[in-house]
Design a protein around this ligand. Sequence first.
Ligand code: UDP
Length: 328
Amino acid sequence: MILVVGGAGYIGSHAVKMLLDQHYEVVVLDNLSTGHQQAVDPRATLVKGDLGDKNDLEKVFGNYPIQAVMHFAANSLVGESMTDPLKYYQNNVAATLNLLSTMMMYGVKKFIFSSTAAVYGIPSVEIIGEGQLVQPINPYGNSKLMVEKILHDFSRAYQMEYVVLRYFNAAGAHLSGEIGEDHQPETHLIPLILQHLLGQREKISVFGTDYDTHDGTCIRDYIHVMDLADAHILALEALLKDQLKNETFNLGNGQGYSVKEVIETCEKVTQRKAVIEYTARREGDPARLVATSGKIEQKLGWKPKYRLEKIIQSAWGWHENHPRGYQD
Ligand code: UDP
């Protein structure tokens, strides 16, 4: 049985569905603070509990034969992490330590961890490989890097076997249309544009037009949430078969799009015109974050299937049918 911590969240819920489709048995642990009960596939067992509470953890590990853990549960807003770092170190680092120590108590050693491009800070290269210097510029990135370091030390001392996956910009929705992105409040570019094009927001703001990029707006590498889920399954299989351990991989498309290009692609997909407001830069945003994912391609045969237009099409399908997210 696979334990998916944070399986009611955006990326976790897609991984849960894919695991079940591939006939894994799944137990989800989620405190539903940002996740949604409706996002959890009914074929999975949902335990409502908190990583901060060791009793909740012991209940899960005591009741289910867990072979491996995927850990998606975290706070992930850069801006919020700047104003409330305690929350990030508590929920992303201290809570993960609880999880890891319970795993060790029950002899569970295989662990897949959701990390982030934010560990690279402001990169000095155009295309970021895993060997690039890690130098986060915000508490969110720091909290993820701390766990990466903990995993490295735990693998050496306690034979923990881990795979770290550094996501670039997760986007899109499950092709079934059943699950998708629903953050409260929403801060991510693609859902904000699509909600605007649905008439739920007056306009879309572009944060900064004076970056050192071809059109002055920030460039990001958008990766479909189903491609992310795929990578988790490949990592899990490799861990379970003892083919690989203690590796860190980037997950991106290898192609960057500027904020303006993302808006144009949304307009093309939806056949609607956006009202755009150009505003000041958002604090903590690097100009360009684009990955090379050659390492996971080579070691696990992972290859992203979806490019920006397809990503936006799937997201549009979700938002059109669920204009109020999981409330619809
Ligand atoms: N962005 C923007 N307007 C918005 C939200 C985001 O211009 O209303 C920009 C943001 O500055 C960044 C890019 O869109 O350059 C992607 O931001 P998002 O919050 O989706 O993801 P992040 O890169 O912060 O993880």
